[in-house]
Design a protein around this ligand. Structure first.
Ligand code: HEC
Ligand code: HEC
Length: 458
């Protein structure tokens, strides 16, 4: 039954996406939103019933709501957004397609995760494909849809089963994506043939905040440690489930030339609130003096050094750096993804890349683990909250430039439900430290205010 459906949808998608010659960014976007590269995660009925497993008072509120209100509540709970009806880069909220940006939904109502689950979301109420999805709550979505499936005796998905062995993400917006990749790669040979038996690579579970896609065009190497040379094949690691044999990667390679072109085409979103231009100009001077050597320059004289800063110098959380072992990096580089060793793969990058800061106003929370909620907190390291949570899905803090939050000394002891705990970012937990990047401490308070204003303009 399942296989029959897949064949039918496979046929339609092949038909709809007949290959053209030049890489086409628009087609890249359409593929990501319309073509399922994995098996479905759940179906419409399951998603529509998930509210029955919500904690109170949400459940009673959902029960009393209309189906449309309930859909909106579910989108909000799990960090999903509607799409824009026509232009992929059009954030206009009035121009709405009710399907989620983050899942491909086929005609049978089956939902399959796509890249936008982590790489598309909302900031200050604006939908932006390519924006890190700071609201995504994969673990909770998986648990609650699994409860519906068990109740309705529907089959479980790879995510349901995988999550038994690998934590998906312990905080809203963060996922254990890097370890998903390590686990899946360990089950393949360099040609991507599935290896027999069970593999047990060394795992260090930790959550990451995805980077914005509009930085892609400035980079020579990707990921926070810049370990992998940029290429269209590397974008396909997401498809490494057992059902996708090596032939699928060859078949879909051309699709990902278009996805690559789509990523290269993205521009940072513009800051939507007023900016004090004279103050920003002052900030630019301080930025050039204290920040540009690592983060590059913006405006007329654009430059970006792709610089890796040693971990002992940047001093941010080092779990991510150590979690990706040299053998795991090598495995990637020597595989089909790394063109069998022809691409530059760094086995010991030694630190983190100073990212471009284009559109940085939009991509909160900050640092690679998403531990710092606003740019003001980046600039004032000693003031970073030990524990914080978002006030609401769209809450934006214009004064501090970033997420609107409440700060806490610790997670309140009354919060026992693990789903509720995921709303709190606790910097005392493994891999979640907000320490380091003390470079802004070289600035006076006035200079910090000016740099904060300048950062809005990038
Ligand atoms: C489950 C969440 C998740 C999904 C789904 C996902 N990614 Fe990512 N992606 C991440 C995280 C987290 C990182 C940061 C990893 C790192 O730096 O170590 C990342 C990094 C990247 C980067 C590197 C960007 C940079 O500037 O260094 C690219 C490119 C990328 N992803 C593309 C994709 C594409 C294309 C897809 C779909 C085929 C996809 N991702 C699906 C979470 C995800
Ligand atoms: C010696 C190099 C270096 C200098 C100088 C430096 N930074 Fe950084 N910066 C980094 C690195 C490396 C990271 C990534 C750290 C991480 O994610 O763990 C980073 C991260 C950031 C981020 C977070 C970006 C994001 O999307 O998460 C911001 C904002 C930032 N820096 C601003 C500044 C400002 C403003 C200055 C000047 C006052 C500055 N930096 C000076 C290396 C530097």
């Amino acid at each position: 039954m399942m296989r029959g459906l897949l064949c039918i949808t496979g046929f339609f998608t092949l038909f709809a996406f007949a290959q053209t010659d030049a890489a086409d960014p628009q087609r890249g976007y359409r593929l990501l939103t319309e073509k399922a590269y994995l098996l479905p995660d759940f179906d419409q009925e399951t998603f529509d019933q998930a509210w029955r497993h919500w904690p109170e008072p949400l459940r009673s509120q959902a029960e009393a709501a209309t189906p449309e209100e309930r859909r909106r509540m579910a989108f909000s709970r799990y960090g999903l957004t509607e799409r824009s009806a026509s232009d992929p880069a059009n954030p206009d909220a009035s121009n709405q397609d009710p399907r989620p940006l983050q899942y491909v939904v086929n005609e049978q109502g089956q939902w399959t995760m796509n890249c936008f689950a982590c790489h598309g979301g909302k900031v200050a109420g604006q939908r932006i494909p390519g924006l890190p999805n700071a609201n995504y709550l994969l673990q909770t979505l998986t648990e609650e849809t699994r409860s519906v499936k068990l109740e309705l005796e529907k089959p479980l998905s790879r995510m349901d089963l995988g999550s038994v062995f690998i934590p998906l993400g312990t905080t809203r917006g963060g996922t254990n994506a890097v370890m998903f990749g390590v686990a899946l790669m360990a089950a393949r040979d360099p040609e991507l043939n599935v290896l027999p038996g069970l593999s047990a690579p060394k795992m260090t579970h930790h959550d990451m905040d995805p980077p914005p896609w509009w930085h892609f065009k400035k980079k020579t190497h990707i990921y926070i440690d810049g370990f992998a040379e940029k290429g269209h094949r590397g974008l396909m690691q997401f498809m490494l489930v057992k059902q996708n044999g090596p032939e699928k990667f060859r078949e879909w390679e051309d699709d990902f030339r278009d996805v690559y072109a789509y990523l290269e085409s993205l521009e940072p979103p513009e800051y939507p609130f007023p900016v004090d231009a004279p103050l920003a100009a002052q900030g630019e001077r301080a930025f050039l003096q204290h920040c540009a050597e690592c983060h590059g320059t913006y405006g007329e004289e654009e430059s970006y050094p792709n610089r890796i800063v040693p971990i002992d110098e940047v001093m941010t959380d080092r779990v991510r750096l150590d979690a990706l072992s040299a053998p795991a990096r090598q495995r990637y580089g020597e595989s089909w993804f790394g063109h069998f060793g022809k691409q530059d793969t760094r086995l010991d990058p030694g630190g983190y890349v100073a990212p471009p800061l284009d559109g940085v106003w939009a991509s909160a929370p900050y640092l690679h683990n998403g531990s710092v909620p606003t740019l003001w907190h980046v600039l004032n390291p000693s003031e970073r909250p030990a524990v914080w949570r978002r006030t609401s899905e769209d809450g934006y803090d214009e004064a501090n430039v970033g997420l609107e939050i409440s700060a806490h000394d610790r997670v309140p002891p009354t919060v026992l439900d693990p789903r509720e705990r995921r709303e709190f970012f606790d910097t005392s937990r493994f891999g979640k430290s907000a320490a380091g990047h003390l470079f802004p401490d070289a600035l006076t308070p006035e200079e910090k205010r000016a740099v904060l204003e300048y950062l809005k303009t990038l």
